[in-house]
Design a binder for this molecule. Structure first.
Ligand SMILES: [Zn+2]
Length: 123
């Protein structure tokens, strides 16, 4: 059956082809990489998996090498520090200078105990 031309489905000739669910270890689809916080990172397709469908062309998914995948967002220590600082600033209440533990809503402008002291006492 693989002698048939599968081009309209996106299947590629000359690529290692595996049945659906039988992808070898170390290879993953884009979706599987994404679930691990990875992306193909410019590497070429390593293989493809195919699932035959009744009266339609097979479903094709491309596989990428996990060891050549890259993190979705490469973060440098400097970027992490800047992000942490920005998040801390957004969590710090300007009224009591405490880290509220959540991002202060700009509509309120301060932490909940400062914004609603009455309701806090009632609760
Ligand atoms: Zn406060």
């Amino acid at each position: 059956m693989f002698a048939k031309c599968f081009d309209p489905t996106g299947a590629r000739h000359g690529l290692p082809t595996y049945p659906w669910r039988y992808a070898p270890d170390g290879l993953a689809t884009k979706r599987q990489l994404r679930a691990r916080g990875l992306r193909p990172g410019g590497q070429s397709i390593a293989a493809q998996i195919m699932r035959p469908r009744y009266r339609r062309g097979p479903l094709v998914a491309y596989l990428y090498r996990v060891d050549r995948a890259k993190p979705v967002r490469p973060m440098t220590p400097g970027k992490w520090a800047a992000l942490a600082k920005a998040n801390r600033a957004r969590r710090t209440c300007p009224a009591c200078r405490q880290d509220a533990g959540y991002v202060i809503p700009t509509s309120v402008g301060m932490c909940v105990p400062c914004a609603y002291p009455e309701e806090q006492r009632a609760a």
